[in-house]
Design a protein around this ligand. Structure first.
Ligand code: COA
Ligand code: AMP
Length: 629
């Protein structure tokens, strides 16, 4: 089928299109209706169907590929350890850990928070939850205890699975103190914490609460997959919104499994038995979809890499992993490629490795800038594909389709809308703009299978954030344009969300932390352009009247506060004190203008500005912290 035909069918006959796609996964009972869109903006896929995601990712492959590798854990940070698991071995471990959870009283619908680094037990725990219908919520290790506590209070897990430590390059990060601190902040307490002890750090266990993973696994009774309703939730994944409270994106079971299979085949051009590597983290949506679920649902081998693109030990790490495990397709973030480029601009480290198994490099998490695109393409001499997606969607909204049709790449564009996504560019009144004109990017409802079905126990926020800004459409939060040939250009967020090294963060959350500093009257945080990380947050603070302390001391305290309250991953390192913030006459801070000043780009003085001289103060401050013109 051509792309054009697939796209047309997916929009005109979504039930026919996705009903066919759903034949690729295994069902206990087929659906009654492919799509229920009787109660917009809520839509449900495969209503009446019964299936199990864990069965589709593991058990169903046992007969044909029981001895094939399902998972390769490659860990340069632990001295080059490589652990491999066949489908048979992994199924056994998952069935036994599902038994452990069951024995701890975890039943269908109960939540399990998984706070683990990039170790096989993360995959095992996620699949074990899926096996018994428990809803997992993985929290990324780089968040501070307060962020973890917010997620624990929202998801209310019966059990938390954690580890004694994570390893970040050369740093060992003990997890138990972080978890203990989070639990001292959260109202909700789990009944049990299961701890994976790693040789690098021995965690001290709290009596009556903490249990040792290995000990539990020794006596565990394996349990079978539980048939689940198509729309039962598989997981909650928290992502940054515009406020300090993250959004709990809810994924269903069946729509997700169908989309995972379809995308592996049609976007990535993968076949069962091949090797797929998403160099991301299990704490992010890319990790959920393409380290954990999609490769196994398709019967591929997935790579879990516990390392960094540089420094573990050198910028040849990615090429070494591709060569060692004969990776067919690699997916990472542009920032990782920029990091490699910066340390190895001439690709010397590539020469040591045979990467002939690799067919394509896929990039996402932020827009691939044309420089990075050209560099990677010249170096690797293979298609380099930017594709655009979000935690909410779980898979690409726009991309290039190796298993369907490949479009010549236009650097800076994420290529064509994926089948299932009726992408439109709207002006602020919700009217479609002309081809080539910029606007906000929206997707006409319904969204295809795999996309979120709501926010965890927060219908109001789901409606307000995504469905009400432009009735009949899903509001993506991104801005951009579609050119004459239909290529989608995603130019950045139109809200207060920023992308730092491919990680989505809320400037609002950082402002909330800064505002609690006793000397700060008000503040603004914006994302400024950064050559390596795409964007980094920088802050501007107005002090309370009468504060006469050294500005550097206050800045230092604020930087430390963000690190300990949001987490190191925020990369908040620079801030400046200013007399006043530029505001509109109605008192709204002009963050967009501040951002332009920080990036040193031309801007028009907004007609709504209250005091244009405040812009001069920002220009000065921006210079002192190393940004601007
Ligand atoms: N646990 C604890 N701390 C973590 C962490 C984790 N899981 N992940 C990152 N951190 C810490 C880092 O150690 C660093 O701390 P520091 O301020 O003490 O140095 C801080 O958070 C920022 O981390 P990061 O943004 O990763 O910066 P870096 O300088 O260590 O590495 C890159 C830069 C480009 C190599 C790295 O950002 C990278 O590999 N990016 C790829 C991102 C990616 O895969 N995104 C997924 C979307 S597809
Ligand atoms: P996350 O939900 O963390 O995956 O972040 C999603 C956001 O990252 C999107 O809303 C975009 O702003 C940005 N993003 C991800 N991939 C791309 C891409 N290929 N091009 C442009 N922006 C992207």
């Amino acid at each position: 089928m051509s792309y054009k035909e697939a796209f047309r069918r997916s929009i005109e006959d979504p039930e026919g299109f996705w009903g066919e796609a759903a034949e690729k996964i295994d069902w206990y009972q087929k659906w009654d209706r492919v799509l229920d869109f009787d109660d917009p903006p809520f839509y449900k896929w495969f209503v009446g169907g019964m299936m199990n995601t864990c069965y589709n990712g593991l058990d169903r492959h046992l007969e044909e590929r029981g001895d094939q590798l399902a998972l390769i854990h490659d860990s340069p940070v632990t001295g080059g350890t490589v652990r491999t698991f066949t489908y048979r071995e992994l199924t056994d471990l998952v069935a036994r850990f599902a038994g452990v959870l069951r024995a701890q009283g975890v039943e269908k619908g109960d939540r399990v928070v998984i706070y683990l680094p990039m170790i096989p037990e993360a995959l095992i725990s996620m699949f074990a939850c899926a096996r018994i219908g428990a809803v997992h919520s993985v929290v990324f290790g780089g968040f501070a205890p307060r962020e973890l506590a917010i997620r624990i209070d929202d998801a209310k897990p019966k059990v938390i699975v954690t580890s004694s430590c994570g390893i970040e390059g050369k740093k060992i990060i003990p997890y138990m103190p972080l978890l203990n601190q989070a639990l001292s902040l959260s109202e909700h307490q789990p009944s049990q914490v299961v701890v994976v002890q790693r040789p690098e750090v021995e965690a001290e266990l709290t009596d009556g609460r903490d249990l040792d993973y290995e000990a539990l696994m020794r006596d565990a009774e394996p349990v079978d997959c539980v048939p689940l309703d198509a729309n039962d939730p598989l997981y909650i994944l928290y992502t940054s919104g515009t406020t300090g409270i993250p959004k709990g994106v809810v994924r269903d079971n069946a729509g997700h499994a169908v989309a995972m299979y379809w995308t592996m085949e049609h976007i990535y051009g993968m076949k069962p038995g091949e090797v797929y590597w998403a160099a991301s983290d299990v704490g992010w949506v890319v990790g959920h979809s393409y380290i954990i679920y999609a490769p196994l649902i398709m019967g591929c081998t997935t790579i879990m890499f516990e390392g960094k693109p540089i420094g573990t030990p050198d910028p040849g790490a990615f090429w070494r992993v591709v060569a060692d495990h004969k990776v067919n397709v690699l997916f990472t973030a542009p920032t990782a490629i920029r990091a490699i480029k910066r340390e190895d601009p001439n690709g010397e480290y590539l020469k040591d490795h045979d990467i002939s198994s690799m067919r394509e490099l896929f990039l996402a998490g932020e827009r691939t800038d044309p420089d990075t695109y050209e560099w990677a393409k010249d170096l690797l001499n293979m298609p380099v594909i930017d594709h655009w997606w979000q935690t909410e969607t779980a898979w690409a909204i726009a991309g290039n389709f190796r298993g369907l049709e490949y479009f010549e790449v236009k650097p800076g564009s994420a290529s064509m809308p994926a089948p299932g996504y009726d992408v439109r560019i709207l002006d602020s009144d919700g009217k479609e703009v002309a081809k080539g004109d910029e606007g906000v990017i929206a997707v006409k409802l319904p969204l295809p299978p795999g996309c979120f079905t709501g926010l965890w126990e927060n219908e109001k926020r789901f409606r307000e954030s995504y469905m009400e800004p432009f009735p009949g459409y899903y509001f993506t939060g991104d801005g951009g344009y579609i050119d004459e040939e239909g290529y989608v250009f995603v130019m950045g967020r139109v809200d207060d969300v920023i992308n730092v090294a491919g990680h989505r963060l809320s400037t609002g959350a950082m402002e909330e932390v800064i505002s609690t500093h006793p000397d700060v009257a008000e503040c603004a945080v914006v994302g400024a352009h950064d050559n390596l990380k795409g964007q980094v947050p920088i802050g501007f603070m107005v002090l309370k009247a009468g504060v006469e302390r050294e500005h550097d001391d206050i800045v230092g305290e604020v930087v430390q506060e963000i690190r300990s309250k949001v987490g190191p991953i925020a990369c908040f390192k620079k801030a400046a004190v200013v007399e006043q913030l530029p505001k509109t006459r109605s008192g709204k801070i002009l963050r967009g203008t501040i951002r332009k000043i920080a990036d040193g780009v031309d801007f028009n003085v907004p007609s709504t500005i209250d005091d244009p001289e405040t812009l001069d103060t920002i220009e000065e401050a921006v210079k002192t912290i190393g940004y601007g013109k």
